[in-house]
Design a protein around this ligand. Structure first.
Ligand code: GDP
Ligand code: MG
Length: 661
């Protein structure tokens, strides 16, 4: 007999640590939930002769039908009936977490509670009486410290025990007050009579029906007792009011408080380092200037630390390109020298700043600051009427917009999610960095860091403004409530941060080896043929000339336009393209060519345009997948192009006032 055990809990409660302890790496299977893009992890584990199949459910805050990953967890619990459901609880955030326990108990799951992070709770000045909590909830509660491997064997014992004994039906421990219970009962009675609905946990189904859950309403359609159900649910209004979801949430929270009155033991609250740091870092007014300063320092660091490495890589590839000139066949010499070493080598020059930027981001993340940055921005966005969980996807966007857009799956509410998806490409990903570095270095000398940093800032501002605009026009609505938990501050370890940097950066190395190499070859071909023609007469030149008139108001000539067309493949290709079009090698040479052809305002406009205009093909593909519609994908393409053009015009206009024409 193999028992199925599902692990569930809020994000960041230690679920992965526990899963990895139960099922070491080699025995894990990672795939997707059927028909969904949500990851599914599972594996086998044997404890004292009993075989367990452990399934890791997505980390979520709730179990509504509104977010994909929540629905995945919920359908699994309702339809697959795992033998045991282990709810991993963050003891240091007990209230929010116990609320979730109630959702599981409503589902009539065979719950075992792992009271994890007990050490952090102790640090915050309280302990939880596990015995008392277990008595109150009617299910086993095991204190654990997953990272120190404490309590995990006991947890396994309890899981095996629970699997063998079967469900305790701890539902009885839930009492939401007499009037509410009567209402729930009246719905339960009808559900139990219905042939199709009887298979669902009846109390859960009744509550969801009262909450007007979309998925459950759908299930009721066309059943025998549809009309009776509508009748009892309508009657419930007299008890639950117009917004039963809120009333029921309130009931759960008051029950949580009642339980905690007896099971929470408060000690003296220790004034922790985290509390002190947060006095400054998430301060109402200080928070934002500190945020801006830290990010500025990070760019300065990435820029300065990488300069010597960039020079070395640049020199190596210039030498290689020169050596290639010695190849006797003219076409081959051009292909190897300009196409491969010139183009690709040039892109590789920008690997150091990308890696250093990622190192900076990883250090901020591992220290716990990045969560504060998200908190500050989310607080601001929430005040502006935007969804409060949008900033994490935005932060991920600094690396690459593709995973960032995937991270929007945790956002409840289609409109909130769509807005976040639509504005995400404005967040400056790592691929834009080479373009900024080249142009800023060419035009802005000592002000180069500030110019690069201003692009990141511009991206955030444009994203927020457009999100607001969308919220007020096409996607009207109220944002979902904003709750966020902050991790403790830690001294980041170099090893962990370097690992994170590597995980993020290696993506660019892979891209350089495949995508960008192919791009360089295509670009070389289109710019070199017809053979013997000047670049201006080549295919690339013709493409540039075709669109150039449209961009004349921004000060862009055919060369810039051609490079922007190629940059749709991947934004870093703009840099490669400029090198090939100017037929020069190395950063300094291209910078020189740019400075002699354009004024600094055109340079700045080009940086902003590269940031804002149409996202790269990979991002467009992700948008289609995540939004599920071509309509919104095409809307995004048009929107980004228009925004880039308008911002470009504004910069050009300001430049003209300053005397640059
Ligand atoms: P998940 O999102 O639930 O999968 O959370 P993880 O397993 O990734 O853990 C989140 C963080 O909490 C990691 O940095 C863990 O090392 C840390 N962590 C997990 N369990 C404990 C614990 O019991 N005590 C402490 N202090 N940290 C923990
Ligand atoms: Mg995890």
């Amino acid at each position: 007999m193999v028992y199925t055990v599902a692990l569930i809990g809020n994000p960041n409660v230690g679920k992965s640590v526990i899963f990895n302890h139960f099922v070491p790496g080699a025995r894990q299977h990672v795939g997707n939930w059927p028909g969904k893009t949500v990851e599914k992890k599972e594996g086998k584990c044997v404890h004292r002769g009993t075989e367990l199949r452990i399934v890791d459910l997505p980390g979520t805050y709730s179990l509504t039908a509104r977010a994909v990953d929540e629905l995945v967890s919920r359908n699994y619990l309702v339809e697959e009936h795992p033998d045991v459901v282990v709810h991993i609880v963050d003891a240091s955030n007990i209230e929010r977490n116990l609320y979730f326990t109630f959702l599981l108990l409503e589902l009539e799951a065979n719950v075992v509670v792992a009271l994890n992070m007990s050490d952090v709770a102790a640090e915050k000045g309280y302990t939880i009486d596990a015995k008392e909590l277990s008595k109150q909830l009617g299910v086993p509660v095991i204190p654990t410290v997953a990272t120190a491997n404490k309590g995990l064997d006991k947890l396994k014992d309890e899981i095996v025990h629970a699997a063998k004994r079967g469900n305790l039906s701890a539902v009885s421990s839930l009492d939401y007050g007499k009037a509410t219970e009567n209402v729930i009962d009246s719905v339960v009675r009808v559900i139990k009579k219905d042939e199709t609905l009887a298979k669902y946990p009846s109390r859960w189904f009744a509550i969801k029906l009262l909450e007007k859950d979309d998925d459950v309403l759908e299930k009721v359609k066309g059943t025998q007792h549809q009309r009776d159900l509508r009748f009892v649910v309508d009657n419930a209004k007299s008890v639950l009011g117009d917004d039963p979801e809120i009333v029921l949430a309130d009931k759960r929270y008051s029950l949580v408080s009642k339980i905690l009155e007896t099971s929470l033991v408060k000690g003296a609250k220790k004034w922790t380092v985290t509390d002190m740091l947060d006095k400054v870092f998430i301060h109402k007014y200080l928070g934002i200037p500190v945020f801006i300063t830290l990010f500025w320092a990070m760019f300065r660091f990435a820029y300065d630390a990488s300069a010597p490495f960039m020079e070395i890589i640049g020199l190596v590839f210039e030498t290689l390109a020169e050596a290639a000139a010695g190849i006797p066949n003219e076409v081959l010499a051009s292909f190897v020298g300009d196409g491969i070493f010139g183009g690709l080598g040039f892109i590789l020059t920008f690997i150091p700043p990308i890696f250093f930027l990622f190192l900076g981001i990883s250090l901020l993340e591992d220290s716990g600051y990045l969560a504060r940055a998200a908190f500050i921005m989310d607080r601001l966005m929430f005040k502006l009427g935007l969804h409060g969980r949008s900033f994490i996807p935005m932060l991920l966007g600094f690396g690459c917009n593709v995973p960032a857009m995937m991270a929007t799956r945790s956002i409840e509410g289609e409109k909130d999610r769509l807005i976040t998806l639509l504005v995400n490409p404005f967040i400056s990903c790592g691929a834009r960095l080479p373009v900024y570095i080249l142009i800023a270095g060419a035009f802005f000398g000592a002000m180069a860091t500030a110019a690069v940093w201003s692009m990141y800032f511009l991206g955030i501002v444009v994203a927020i403004l457009l999100a607001l605009l969308l919220r007020k026009t096409l996607l009207k609505g109220e944002p979902a409530p904003f709750i966020m938990e902050l991790p403790l501050y830690k001294t980041p370890t170099i090893r962990a941060s370097v690992t994170h940097m590597w995980e993020r950066g290696v993506h660019f190395l892979k891209k350089a080896g495949t995508y960008l190499l192919a791009g360089a070859v295509i670009l070389w071909f289109l710019s070199t043929f017809p053979w013997g023609a000047e670049v201006e007469m080549s295919y690339t030149g013709q493409i540039g000339h075709l669109f150039a008139p449209l961009f004349a108001p921004l000060g862009f000539d055919w060369r810039i336009v051609a490079s922007l067309v190629f940059a749709l493949l991947a934004k870093e290709i703009a840099v490669e393209a400029l090198g090939i079009i100017y037929a020069v090698e190395g950063e300094t040479a291209i910078a020189g060519a740019l400075v002699s052809s354009y004024n600094p305002v055109v340079g700045f406009t080009l940086m902003a345009f590269t940031l804002l205009y149409i996202p790269c093909v990979a991002t467009i593909g992700t948008m289609k997948k995540e939004s599920g519609s071509w309509k919104w994908t095409i809307f995004q393409i048009v929107l980004t192009l228009v925004v880039a053009y308008v911002v470009g015009l504004v910069i050009t206009g300001i430049g003209a006032m300053l005397g640059y024409t």
